[in-house]
Design a protein around this ligand. Structure first.
Ligand code: ADP
Length: 692
């Protein structure tokens, strides 16, 4: 029993030990599992903490604003950007509402309340909402945020929280604004602003371009910019595009473009490459300014300048422009020609070169006199702005000689200030010669008039005195002298008046078609009585041809020649009046344009006879008289020119007949000359243009 008891007790103990062992093993396992679970939990917490830290770091590093709020609008988490925005970095914001934070950060109170208000709207809408929030910063700047609000709800529909995300789009907005402004500038520009690819394909075209070229954007988009080139410049645009590709821009390049209506327009181009952020050329910007008006003005100005140039260059008067220091800044060709200098020798040189005959030839006496007395009119113009006119000056030539001039110096005034002078001068050598000739003529005329007057006066004086009352024969002779001199006086006065009228074109020549034959016959018949009286034969061989002229004046010419021929022939001799038709060589016709002198062989052609200018009539008056010395053969055509001083007395001539003849013939575009052999006779030739 005891043994049984012992055995039972032992068994119980063994069972207990076994059960204790089992419990112990289980406990161990449980402890191990718990430890593992704890470790796992610890790792999870660690991982969570790490992730959370990373997330927070990440969120804080974000430039965007981030904020989590609970279902009542209280702040749970916010990133650095959000806190900075509202200036609450140092505030413990957790669990505080926007309104409460607004109380703390007063400056941003309104912005925070607005935020709270828009949270409510997001919750009410129950969906993601997006809006632009404008926040005024303390430094005066304005920030614009693109804000997204995501309301969160529990399953039962109650508010869980709200996520607020915002991106600063201030710069983007400013860029957009700038772009809009730029676009409106481009659009409102009067210049054509064209965007095209490097291949020249147009992709943008503003209203200025529409205005200038006449195409709308729809007509040009996708087409090549070469459509604007004029056919005469086919390589221009490809060349420009090549330059742009090489990075070479073009500034204010003036060219001609083609409008839609086919008209050419003057444009100034500024072409620049369009580059991407990596500085690669990706396109071309072409700005074209319509410069047609300016070009037109330039062309007009150029035309005007050219015209002025032509006027100055073709002016017969010398024109010099001098500056305030008497330096020549301009001379026209006439001035250079008159002074014998080349234009470039005068320009930039002193006015004294002309005024006083240049450095080497300067007339020092005159300079010092004029300078001392301040008498130089050009200086007076430069100093006092007075227009000076001088009629009796001498200017110097390059060769040291001087020539007579009359000149006017006019001040050049710019805004009331004298900046120089224009000196316009004329070489008056010819005029002085004419004046001298006139003086001489008057003295000759007065002498010629006085001689017969003195004779008349003497004869009449003798008769009046009664001294010849007893000598009637001498008295009659005195009367004859008086009558002869009166006739001579009348002839003289008539011839002088005739010549003067012819020279001053006061005589109206009634020109008409005349038959040369009739002219010759008429002249011969008028002279026949005189010829008969002196016993000279008059032989006439008329020619039947027509010319355009004044019959009376041509007959006057022929009668004068016949009268001379008869006058200087002795009795029994013959005077021939003949004529022949001649063909004018082309050479003669060409030369005739330059001729005025009446030199034998030179042929002039009358404008009225241009019906057929290749023929002329040659009329000859030939005598067998005393002849004319060779040295007088030309001078006898001058006024009061006679071979012998006794001719006027003996032959009753005035010495004006041939001068009158030459004047008449020249006014018929003809020539007159004489040939003679002393002692054998003379022939006077007259050529006149005829019809055929
Ligand atoms: P005048 O009235 O003196 O004849 P002209 O002008 O007709 O004037 O002639 C000028 C001069 O030419 C004459 O005075 C004369 O000396 C000379 N003369 C003109 N014709 C002849 C001639 N046929 N033979 C010689 N001498 C002539």
């Amino acid at each position: 029993m005891v043994r049984k008891m012992i055995e039972d007790t032992l068994k119980n103990k063994t069972d207990l030990i076994a059960s204790l062992k089992a419990s112990n093993a289980k406990l161990k396992t449980e402890i191990q599992e718990r430890k593992r679970a704890e470790k796992a939990l610890q790792e999870l917490v660690k991982t969570y903490q790490e992730t959370s830290l990373k997330l927070r770091t990440l969120i804080n590093a974000m430039p965007d604003i981030v904020c989590f709020k609970d279902g009542t609008g209280k702040w749970l988490e916010a990133n650095k950007s959000m806190l900075e925005l509202f200036d609450i970095e140092k505030v413990d914001y957790h669990g505080k509402s926007d309104a409460e934070l607004g109380e703390i950060s007063k400056f941003y109170q309104e912005a925070l309340l607005n935020c709270q208000h828009s949270d409510q709207e997001a919750w009410n809408k129950r969906i993601l909402s997006r809006s632009e929030e404008v926040i005024q910063k303390k430094d005066g700047s304005v920030k614009i945020y693109d804000v997204i609000k995501v309301p969160l709800f529990y399953e039962d529909g109650k508010r869980n929280g709200i996520v607020v995300l915002g991106r600063d789009i201030t710069e983007q907005k400013q860029t957009e604004k700038a772009m809009t402004r730029l676009a409106s500038i481009v659009e409102s520009s009067n210049d054509a602003i064209i965007g095209n690819t490097l291949a020249g394909i147009i992709y943008s075209w503003n209203s200025g371009a529409e205005e200038i070229y006449g195409y709308s954007i729809y007509e040009v988009k996708g087409r090549s910019i070469s459509m604007l080139a004029v056919p005469e410049r086919p390589n221009e645009i490809p060349q420009i595009l090549a330059n742009i590709t090489a990075g070479i821009g073009i500034d204010n390049y003036e060219t001609v473009h083609l409008r839609k209506d086919g008209k050419h327009i003057d444009v100034a181009l500024t072409i620049s490459p369009i580059k991407d952020t990596q500085d690669n050329v990706i396109g071309v910007s072409t700005i074209a300014r319509d410069i047609s008006d300016r070009k037109q003005v330039e062309r007009s100005l150029e035309q005007l300048r050219h015209q002025h140039q032509l006027i100055l260059e073709s002016a017969g008067e010398g024109i010099c422009v001098i500056d305030i220091f008497s330096k020549i800044s301009f001379v026209n060709p006439a001035a250079a020609k008159m002074t014998g200098y080349a234009i470039k020798e005068l320009v930039n040189n002193d006015w004294n070169f002309i005024m006083y005959g240049g450095e080497t030839n300067r007339n020092t006496d005159r300079i010092s006199t004029e300078k001392n007395s301040q008498a130089c009119p050009v200086r007076t113009t430069l100093e006092k702005g007075i227009v000076c006119q001088v009629t009796d000056e001498f200017f110097g030539r390059r060769d040291g000689s001087f020539f007579p001039v009359e000149y006017v110096s006019t001040p050049i005034l710019e805004q009331g200030k004298i900046t120089g002078a224009v000196v316009t001068f004329k070489d008056i050598t010819d005029r002085l010669a004419v004046e001298q000739m006139k003086d001489e003529f008057i003295s000759v005329v007065s002498h010629e008039l006085r001689t017969p007057l003195a004779s008349i006066h003497g004869a009449l004086g003798l008769l009046k005195s009664g001294l010849l009352n007893q000598a009637p024969e001498r008295g009659r002779r005195m009367l004859d002298i008086a009558v002869a001199n009166t006739d001579r006086l009348v002839r003289l006065v008539n011839d002088i008046l005739d010549l003067e009228r012819l020279h001053s074109n006061q005589v109206t020549m009634v020109k008409q078609t005349c038959n040369v034959s009739e002219l010759m016959m008429q002249a011969a018949s008028e002279m026949q009585p005189i010829a008969e009286k002196t016993g000279v034969n008059l032989s006439v061989t008329p020619i039947d041809t027509k010319l355009w002229g004044c019959a009376d004046r041509l007959i006057q010419t022929l009668t004068n020649l016949l009268s001379n021929a008869i006058k200087y022939s002795s009795t029994g001799k013959t005077v021939w009046l003949t004529a022949s038709k001649q063909r004018i060589s082309q050479n003669q016709v060409d030369n005739s344009h330059n001729l005025t002198s009446g030199v034998p062989g030179d042929i002039a052609v009358a404008p009225a006879c241009r019906i057929n200018s290749s023929y002329q009539v040659l009329i000859m008056v030939k005598d067998q008289g005393r002849g004319i010395p060779a040295d007088k053969i030309e001078s006898i055509f001058g006024r009061f020119q006679q071979v012998d001083a006794s001719d006027s007395r003996q032959k009753g001539g005035t010495g004006l007949g041939l001068a009158i003849c030459r004047s008449i013939v020249q006014q018929h575009e003809g020539q007159i000359w004489a040939e003679s052999t002393l002692g054998k006779g003379s022939t006077f030739f007259v050529t006149l243009p005829i019809f055929d």
